[in-house]
Design a protein around this ligand. Structure first.
Ligand code: DX5
Ligand code: ZN
Length: 218
C-alpha cells in the first residue's frame, strides 16, 4: 500500500488546527512538514511554534523535511516533536554519516533528500544508513512548482541502486506530485507520495487524497 503524505505548507495556516483535523479524518497517511531557513532554500516557512501545534493535534506520523543548513545543530530540538521521520538534505551536510546516526540513535527514521541536479550515484555510500530517500520532484523552496520530468528516470535509477545494495530504504517523491503523475511514479517504485498544492488548492481535499491513494495503488 502506497503512503500519501500531504505537505502542510500548502494548507491554510489561518485555520491550522482545522486543516490538521481534516488530515486526521482523511485517508492520508502522514503529515509532511517542510522546515525552511531562507539559506539552504530561498524561502522561510515555519519552525518550532508550528511544529508544537502538529505534535499536539496530529494523530498520524509526522514526516519532517529539513531544508536548512547545518541540520546537525537542530536534531535534538526537532526530536522533541516526536517525528516518525527526520529528513536532511544531502547537499546541506558535510558529515552525513554522523548526522544520520544521530537521528537513528534517537529512534527516529532517517531520511535523506536529494535535489533534482544531484547525481543518484552520490547516494551509494549512504544507502544502507537510511530508512528513506526523498527524491525531490522540484527544486526545494516552494510548493506549487512544476514537476521536473527527469525525476522518473532518476527514480528508476534509484530503485536499482537500492536493490543492488540490498538496502531497505523507502522512496519518497516530494514536489510536483499530482493526479497526472502519481500513477506513473507509484508504478516506477515510489513508496511515499508527498503532495501539497494539488490537495489544498482543491475545493475538496478529501476527494483528491482518495484519488491519489487510489491511483497510486492501481
Ligand atoms: C518543496 C517542499 C514540498 C512542497 C510540495 O520545497 O519540500 O514538500 O511543499 O508541494 P507541491 O505538492 O505543491 O509541489
Ligand atoms: Zn517537502
Amino acid at each position: 500500500m502506497k503512503i500519501i503524505a500531504p505537505s502542510m505548507l500548502s494548507s491554510d495556516f489561518g485555520k491550522l488546527v482545522d486543516e490538521i483535523e481534516l488530515i486526521n479524518d482523511s485517508n492520508a497517511d502522514w503529515f509532511h512538514l517542510d522546515v525552511m531557513d531562507g539559506v539552504f532554500v530561498p524561502n522561510i516557512s515555519f519552525g518550532s511554534p508550528i511544529l508544537k501545534i502538529f505534535k499536539k493535534f496530529a494523530k498520524k506520523p509526522l514526516d519532517i523535511h529539513l531544508m536548512i543548513v547545518e541540520p546537525e545543530n537542530f536534531i535534538d530540538k526537532f526530536s522533541d516533536y516526536k517525528p516518525q521521520t527526520l529528513t536532511i538534505h544531502f547537499e546541506a551536510v558535510k558529515n552525513l554519516k554522523s548526522v544520520l546516526q544521530k537521528i537513528k540513535k534517537l529512534n527516529i527514521q532517517a531520511g535523506l533528500a536529494i535535489n533534482p541536479d544531484t547525481p543518484i550515484k552520490d547516494l551509494k555510500p549512504y544507502i544502507n544508513d537510511i530508512n528513506m530517500v526523498c527524491l525531490m520532484g522540484v527544486f526545494p523552496g516552494f510548493s506549487g512548482q512544476k514537476f521536473v520530468k527527469n525525476t522518473i528516470p532518476r527514480l528508476k535509477e534509484l530503485k536499482k541502486l537500492i536493490a543492488n545494495n540490498r538496502s531497505n530504504a523507502l522512496i519518497q517523491i516530494d514536489g510536483g506530485v499530482d493526479l497526472s503523475n502519481v500513477k506513473e511514479l507509484a508504478s516506477a517504485g515510489a513508496d511515499i507520495l508527498v503532495s501539497g498544492s494539488c490537495i489544498f488548492n482543491s475545493e475538496n481535499p478529501n476527494s483528491i487524497i482518495d484519488s491519489l491513494k487510489e491511483e497510486s495503488n492501481t
